[in-house]
Design a protein around this ligand. Sequence first.
Ligand code: PLP
Length: 375
Amino acid sequence: MIARSYNCVTISRAALQHNYNYIKSRVGPDVRVMAMVKADGYGHDMVKAAKAFADVGCDVFGVAELCEAVTLRNSGISGQIFVMLGFEDVQADSVLAYDLTPVVFDSRAVESLSCSALKAGREIGVHIKVDTGMSRLGVKPGELVEFIEEIERLGGISIAGIMSHFPESDNPGSKSTETGFASFADTCRALKNRYKSICHIANSGAVLNFPNTHCDMVRAGIALYGYHPAGSQPSEGAAVEGLIPAMTFSSKVVQVQSVPEGTGISYGHTFTTDRETRLAVLPVGYEDGYSRILSNCGEVLIRGRRAPVRGRICMNLCMVDVTDIGEVSAGDKVVFLGRQGKEVITADDIAEKMESISYEVLCLLGNNNERSYRE
Ligand SMILES: *Cc1c(COP(=O)(O)O)cnc(C)c1O
């Protein structure tokens, strides 16, 4: 029996590796590149993506939660694994057992880690998250000295790094990147004199737009998967060349039907044909990560031509107008994301229609469909 979905996300290992090498060449030999593989590798399969990066020399990875880090470790990744969102008290033993690198931002975490480390007769290095303008996770720069003193009083735990995050580095003219970095750099200078700690703040936007912020390590996410964080029209001066999108998403036509002028299409009849229309029915819906927001505005590629979505996206189906595209029949390949002939649809194109960003499109499509890697 061949039990496969019509729908298939295909990922190019070569594109992922090209993007890693490209980022590495931008930051130079003295700066480490952490591959952010959270969100199941931005939809690209965390374990397979991490292995692709590891095979071209990557030895540091970032995930959001401890459970992801454990999966990565159990799958044979031997590099350093950062857990960005901390952990619960009962998980402190696991941080040690799986040799993970925790990001810390409160007393509770460092106390429970210290406890576990002393019990195990080990010492663990932590990275402190500082909030220099994102207003998200982290200790405020003004609270840092107190937090560091607290860590110093505890046994079994040492400060291996300090990190922050940029809210607007995708924009090369952003003032917050300059002010945030100035604050971060001050903090790092003070710490570096006392500890053997490293500093890191740059995400993809800063990798591409702000070379002065690369510090000891950069944390690249979206660029590894082939997209610029600013979308398809990055502000003037932003670099876009050099990245190759790794993901494509395709399906097959399940039925073609003709309907007369004046026919309502799909739930709510939000589209009425203004001519006799040939519709291709496609087995892709919001359950497959093709957002319902794309109703009446999405586009797909069939026979190398663009076909517009008509009516609402259903749970497992949607309809496109193929009247102007010669002979279309059941079984024809349909490209939702990627290239067909001379036409291409990028995650930025889809994101624009959703008023979102490529990140969300990649997560939605990648994490809701069968995936296969192309060598
Ligand atoms: C996701 C993430 C990154 C990567 O961001 P991109 O914009 O995808 O490069 C970097 N740092 C932290 C803390 C993150 O959570």
